[in-house]
Design a protein around this ligand. Structure first.
Ligand SMILES: C[S@@+](CC[C@H](N)C(=O)[O-])C[C@H]1O[C@@H](n2cnc3c(N)ncnc32)[C@H](O)[C@@H]1O
Length: 277
């Protein structure tokens, strides 16, 4: 009685094999687009790690709405920060000009695609942090986004300094020129650099060693150096509960934004956000 259709009166009854095939077709239809995107990406991108992409438009709007609520600002104001970064021609030119500077160690596409870093930028613009720390710099895309925010804050009368940490002495080559004047990279193990750093830290981005233990150790290392209203962002929050646990243990609030990349096969990471009202 395998996979053939029988009829009972006028209603066709599908056999189990046909039903299984139809169910498989439904499930597989969700993977057609990523398969097409893989082919497109193989042809158009050269990136090998730390992939870059834009956010799907609805996902971008959801991020703006989430940040507007969290920062108690107007939705349009957050969107304005997004547009400021997306329209920053100086930064786009800078990234394209320096894309190849990583030599054989790093491969960066020349196009500027910020993904969830739009959220990092808007938070840095809205809260005017005096001290920003990003652990794990890689090529320096996040570093450039954060220092671009600090440059605009400075022009508006709110100075701030960026510190990146990275164990790779070749990391951070994109942080050059005018962007480098807003801060520097501390080379060596992130935990050691964090222990040496004095606070207060206003904005902290965790994005170095992505093991759960290392992530938690970073939060412990900076816990007593955070300013009253400090915001802690976790780039590992789609994989672990360490930032959630840190927030619960310290009387902080926690929310998570889940990325949906546009025109890319990568399923997306996210932003864990730990904050105080
Ligand atoms: C995912 S990348 C960072 C991406 C970057 N934040 C961005 O916005 O593009 C992770 C980086 O963490 C660095 N890293 C890994 N383990 C580390 C450690 N123990 N201390 C400092 N940096 C580390 C790696 O060298 C790598 O450059």
């Amino acid at each position: 009685m395998g996979g053939f259709t029988q009829t009972m009166g006028k209603t066709p009854i599908l056999g189990p094999a046909v039903v299984t095939a139809l169910r498989a077709r439904t499930a597989l239809s969700y993977y057609k687009r990523p398969a097409v995107e893989i082919v497109r990406w193989l042809v158009r991108s050269r990136e090998t790690t730390n992939f870059t992409y834009d956010l799907e438009e609805q996902n971008r709007l959801h991020l703006a709405a989430l940040l507007a609520d969290l920062l108690n600002l107007e939705f349009e104001g957050i969107l304005g920060y997004f547009k400021e970064l997306e329209g920053d021609a100086e930064l786009k030119t800078h990234l394209a000009t320096h894309a190849a500077d990583g030599g054989l160690s790093f491969v960066a596409d020349p196009e500027a695609r910020y993904g969830r870093r739009l959220g990092w930028y808007a938070i840095a613009r809205a809260t005017k942090p005096r001290v920003v720390i990003e652990t794990g710099v890689d090529k320096g895309l996040g570093a450039c986004v954060l220092t671009a925010a600090l440059r605009r804050n400075l022009a508006e009368g709110d100075p701030g300094t960026y510190y990146g940490t990275d164990i790779d002495p070749k990391a951070g080559y994109l942080l050059a020129g005018a962007y480098a004047s807003q801060g520097k990279i501390l080379y060596g193990d992130s935990l050691e650099s964090l222990r040496r750093l004095e606070g207060p830290i206003d904005l902290f981005v965790n994005d170095s060693d992505h093991s759960a233990e290392y992530e938690a150790a970073e939060y412990d290392a900076i816990a007593d150096k955070l300013s009253e209203k400090a915001i802690v962002l976790g780039d590992n929050a789609h994989c672990t509960d360490k930032l959630l646990r840190f927030s619960l243990d310290r009387g902080r609030r926690f929310v998570f934004f889940s990325e949906r990349p546009a025109r890319h096969w990568y399923p997306g990471a996210g932003i864990g956000i730990s904050f105080r009202r």
